[in-house]
Design a protein around this ligand. Structure first.
Ligand code: PSU
Ligand code: MN
Length: 312
């Protein structure tokens, strides 16, 4: 384990520490998707597969989680298994980090806490499935993911397939605008809807190549901007979940969540689980395809970023 700077609560693996020192390509990965977003044992298969995918592309994976109260940047395969298979692993956003660190507990990190910790470690590219956002009943519940606020103050490129349709997509895009998060569509003018290629909403900016994202990140730094670049990467039309099936199960899931009286951080895992069961795994396959595609693109962006760093 590379020794982090004095006073830092972060623990980096040697592989991640070396990559950071050398300016080598590195991609941060979140762990809530493993512990709470995908069913066992598929979650572990996906977690291991995306790491392998990055390594094969010459990119160092840095899966982030809290283990025994240590903020870990990069996990061994047995640690990855612990995060994926143990029912004891809490879901931690940024505000939960102090508590789990102080108590010496295990926790999976959300987009917010993963981006926060990756940024502290000096990692500039992050791949996830879908971002958290504004929930559909937010007018009454005030339920808006802390992912949004954190992306508003964390200069990292985060590749996602947009936000799931369980959320209020237009409201989420409005909040991203307010919070100063740069949103670019990767080879698209439409904001993706995670399971489906098009959420129905447009994006203002479009990029065609990973090197363009690296150039945008460099401009973020040159301007002294401290917010994220959200790269929206849609599933191709022939890989999306059938939009009719999607709409039907979505309506059911929202009704079930409201009938169950769910609040707070349990809402997202409940809805995802409901949709997975109601589509007998079809949504799960779309979910896995989206994650894999985002990881591929993030790896390409990390390589382009590394080229800029090492060319100086
Ligand atoms: N959206 C998904 N899959 C997920 C999540 C969101 O499509 O697994 C997870 C991510 O870790 C995200 C978190 O950061 O849920 C957001 O949860 P909340 O809404 O409680 O902030
Ligand atoms: Mn919430």
């Amino acid at each position: 384990m590379t020794v982090p700077p004095a006073g830092s609560p972060l623990q980096l693996t040697d592989e991640v520490g070396d990559a950071l020192r050398d300016g080598a390509p590195i991609v941060a990965l979140e762990s809530t998707i493993l512990a709470h977003g995908l069913p066992r044992p598929r979650n572990l298969e996906v977690g291991a597969a995306v790491e392998l995918q990055l390594r094969r592309a010459g990119v160092v994976p840095a899966t982030i989680a809290v283990l025994d109260g240590h903020a870990r940047i990069g996990l061994t395969s047995s640690e990855l298994e612990r995060v994926a298979m143990s029912p004891e692993v809490a879901k931690a956003s940024v505000r939960d980090l102090p508590v789990v660190l102080a108590a010496g507990r295990d926790a999976a990190t959300t987009v917010a806490s993963t981006a926060f910790l990756a940024d502290h470690a000096g990692i500039r590219v992050f791949a996830t499935g879908g971002l958290g956002g504004v929930h559909r009943d937010a007018m009454e519940s005030f339920d808006e993911s802390a992912d949004l606020q954190t992306l508003g103050r964390t200069p990292i490129a985060v590749v996602s397939a947009g936000v799931k349709s369980i959320l209020d997509v237009p409201a989420t895009l409005e909040r991203l605008e307010t919070l100063g998060v740069t949103v670019v569509g990767y080879r698209t003018d439409r904001f993706p809807g995670f399971y489906v290629t098009d959420s129905g909403e447009p994006v203002d900016h479009r990029v065609e190549r990973p090197s363009e994202v690296a150039a945008i990140l460099a401009a973020v730094d040159a301007l002294g901007i401290r917010s994220a670049v959200a790269v929206a990467n849609p599933l191709p039309l022939d890989e999306q979940l059938d939009p009719e099936l999607h709409q039907r199960v979505l309506d059911d899931a929202l009704t079930a969540a409201s009938d169950a009286g769910l609040r707070g951080k349990e809402v997202t895992p409940f809805l995802l689980d409901h949709i997975q069961r109601a589509t007998s795994g079809e949504s799960l396959e779309a979910n896995v395809r989206a994650v894999s595609s985002n990881v591929t693109l993030a790896g390409e962006i990390a390589r382009a970023w590394s080229e800029r760093l090492t060319a100086r």
